[in-house]
Design a protein around this ligand. Structure first.
Ligand SMILES: O=c1ccn([C@@H]2O[C@H](COP(=O)(O)OP(=O)(O)O[C@H]3OC[C@@H](O)[C@H](O)[C@H]3O)[C@@H](O)[C@H]2O)c(=O)[nH]1
Length: 275
């Protein structure tokens, strides 16, 4: 009789152990217990942690919570969202590394002395050095460049700085901004570049220059126009004084187009502050 009761107890114990194991397996399968340290703002704008909702919930519940903060789309499961978050975080780290956390030292200028300065062609060789000079002097600098020959790398050490702005813009189209000074340097400068598309070169140096003179007139800005000694053609006098008429081949593109620039600037100089 006693033996019979002992066997029954062992049987009951085994059933209890098997049930506990089965329950644990099911629980482990259904509940996501991974520690996650991401934070987000919920609909009411409160800062919350994923830890708040994840460790004690099922996948379905976690997905429901995530749907609450994600726009409806192709995201069906929490793992998918988590994968996307990890990818974005990785991309952000790469991008953050490209932006210097420390900028070159800039002088502090009060609002009366600080100027808003537009530099067309500011991503080019001459322009980017001018950007450095004016930024370090404490001014606000706006670069407008179509990156035909200029490179973003030439000015990337200023990207993100509160005094700096980079606009991808072709100056043959008008630009409506408010500035105190304009340095107009946008033009293909070397023979392979200005001969690459001569008509476009002429447009840049005529329509582009007209646009910059127009902007200067509209906002009352001082303007400096860069040119080239090539306007004198193959000069017979060195160095060339401004009174020298030059020795120009009329079918050459650069002397002609920058001479047109000079032609445009002369009448404008009567009405504007042109250097
Ligand atoms: O249509 C154009 C052509 C060129 N550009 C830009 O103008 C800039 C010219 O810079 P480059 O480095 O090629 O040439 P440089 O800095 O040496 O030329 C500079 O000195 C000579 C002058 O004749 C030029 O006007 C002046 O830009 C580039 O950033 C180029 O992308 C435009 O923004 N628009």
């Amino acid at each position: 009789m006693e033996m019979f009761t002992g066997a029954r107890h062992i049987k009951q114990l085994l059933i209890v152990i098997v049930s506990v194991v089965v329950v644990l397996c099911v629980y482990k399968n259904w509940v996501h217990t991974e520690e996650i340290s991401y934070t987000y703002h919920d609909k009411s704008g409160r800062l919350r942690h994923f830890n708040d909702i994840v460790p004690h919930t099922t996948h379905q519940y976690a997905a429901a919570q995530v749907n609450e903060i994600s726009p409806p789309g192709d995201i069906h499961s929490f793992q998918e969202v988590w994968k996307k978050i990890k990818e974005l975080a990785k991309k952000m780290k790469v991008l953050e590394k490209r932006i210097p956390q420390r900028y070159p030292d800039v002088k502090y200028l009060n609002y009366r002395s600080r100027k808003r300065i537009l530099i067309t062609g500011g991503a080019g060789f001459v322009g980017s050095h001018l950007v450095d000079r004016l930024m370090m002097a404490g001014h606000e600098v706006i670069v407008a460049d179509n990156f035909f020959t200029g490179r973003k790398q030439n000015v990337e050490h200023w990207i993100g700085h509160e005094n700096f702005e980079l606009i991808h813009h072709d100056i043959v189209n008008p630009l409506y901004i408010e500035v105190d000074e304009i340095y107009h340097l946008a033009s293909p400068a070397s023979p392979p570049h200005y001969m690459y598309n001569p008509v476009k070169t002429i447009k840049t140096n005529t329509v582009g220059t007209i646009n910059m003179l127009g902007l200067a007139k509209r906002v009352g800005a001082k303007v400096l126009i860069a040119s080239t000694s090539e306007v004198y053609g193959d000069p017979e006098v060195h160095p060339q004084p401004e009174s020298y008429w030059g020795h120009v081949n009329p079918i050459a593109v650069l002397p002609l187009h920058q001479a047109v620039t000079t032609l445009l600037v002369r009448p404008a100089a009567g009405q504007l502050s042109v250097c």
